[in-house]
Design a protein around this ligand. Structure first.
Ligand SMILES: NC(=O)c1ccc[n+]([C@@H]2O[C@H](COP(=O)([O-])OP(=O)(O)OC[C@H]3O[C@@H](n4cnc5c(N)ncnc54)[C@H](OP(=O)(O)O)[C@@H]3O)[C@@H](O)[C@H]2O)c1
Length: 358
């Protein structure tokens, strides 16, 4: 049975999600919400510069809620719980990379009410938060006994991320260190990474009362002007950031999730770099035995390539879209990665066609 899916927002993640939905054998695109009025009333294909889809965009939440659909892939710039609630109450399952990965009891209660009202489920996942900071480390932890430390971390050149609004206005690159520290990113990431690190310590069986979470934001500034997709970063302004959420039991660090974003490796103070292994996502489980690996194939070879199509963003969109059939099949309620069965990708359309699924 084909599931009817609405795409909410057509930014970097949204455009890749549309691509994933169109190629998915069990999904059909039936609606699309756009933020900018100039994108409204057009075929999604026209907005994204791809072949016509027959689906017309709208800025109206009411129109989206009125569409007969099974699920919404919700990927706006920032989460609006009222919109998500309305989607759930209108009977649409929601998957999203912008929150609800492993929320606290109060957030869960509120969203469970909306899920129950609509008879549907809500699932937050993506790359990180998501696969790198929760799913991969926890799957690998199953291969060890006596786990002592778990880590999921991104190390990236942020010049290859084609969302200038996010890089400039949320991450505050190009601002002063004080602006970055006081900016929205720490709290926005806190909403995700704190949930990831809590999922890890819960899964390891550590009582929450015994776990202390410390968060850390460090900045590096440009020592010379640095060219970037958001303009030139002036000396003394932020060109590198590290965000960590560390979980401790007593003095023992038991988990770390976080990210290092740099505007390249030159002219930074402190002189941070990507390390000998370059840009990557690290997964580390210390136990008996250890498991340590890095994913480097999600990073572009060049920043221009990343701006054109960032494979980490493709991975984020794919993880959400591939989750839709599993989320639709789940019992109503907020469903985290710990609740759901295995999520998988689907074969390439040419293989599906060759196998008789045209
Ligand atoms: N969990 C993960 O692994 C993961 C990975 C990557 C991104 N994300 C998150 O996913 C979200 C989308 O990322 P992105 O890379 O697609 O960002 P983006 O390229 O900047 O796209 C943001 C989208 O939101 C729309 N928008 C702008 N202002 C808005 C507002 N005030 N209210 C609602 N929508 C608004 C934009 O509309 P217009 O196009 O009309 O301007 C655009 O479609 C971000 O919150 C990001 O942090 C999560």
């Amino acid at each position: 049975m084909t599931l009817k899916v609405i795409q909410w927002a057509t930014g970097s993640v949204g455009r890749e999600a549309v691509d994933c939905i169109l190629d998915h054998p069990d999904l059909e695109l039936v609606g699309c919400w756009v933020h900018s009025p100039e994108k409204a009333g057009k075929d999604v294909g026209e907005v994204l510069g791809i072949a016509p889809t027959g689906v017309i965009t709208t800025t109206s939440v009411d129109e989206i809620c009125a569409i007969d659909a099974d699920a919404v892939m919700y990927s706006p710039l920032v989460a609006n719980p009222k919109h998500v609630s309305a989607l759930l109450r209108s009977g649409k399952n929601v998957v999203t990379p912008v929150g609800w990965f492993y929320p606290d009891a109060e957030q869960t209660r509120r969203m469970n009410e909306a899920c129950e009202a609509g008879g549907v489920s809500l699932h937050g996942t993506g790359m990180d938060p998501g696969a790198i900071t929760e799913v991969f480390p926890l799957i690998m932890s199953a291969m060890s006994k006596n786990v002592t430390f778990v880590r999921g971390e991104e190390i990236s050149d942020i010049r290859g991320y084609g969302s200038p609004d996010v890089v400039r206005d949320l991450m505050m690159f190009g601002g002063t260190p004080q602006e970055a520290v006081g900016g929205p990113m720490l709290d926005l990431l806190d909403n995700g990474y704190r949930q990831s690190v809590t999922m890890i310590t819960d899964a390891l069986g550590l009582p929450r009362a015994a776990v202390r979470i410390e968060r850390l934001l460090e900045t590096a500034v440009a020592t010379e002007p640095i060219d970037s997709p958001i303009g030139t970063i002036a000396p003394g302004h932020v060109a590198g950031q590290r965000f960590y959420w560390d979980a401790y039991v007593g003095d023992h660090k038991v988990a770390r999730v976080g990210v290092t974003w740099l505007m390249g490796e030159e002219n930074l103070d402190p002189p941070w770099d990507f390390g000998p292994d370059g840009e990557r996502f690290d997964i580390e489980v210390r136990g008996t035995p250890d498991t340590v690996f890095s994913v480097s194939s999600w990073h572009p070879d060049t920043n221009d390539e990343g701006l054109d199509r960032n494979l980490g963003i493709v991975a984020t969109a794919a993880h959400c879209v591939n989750a839709i059939p599993v989320v639709v099949a789940a019992a109503p309620g907020l469903r985290t990665s710990r609740d759901l069965p295995m999520i998988t990708g689907k074969a390439h359309p040419t293989l599906l066609a060759a196998a008789g699924r045209g």
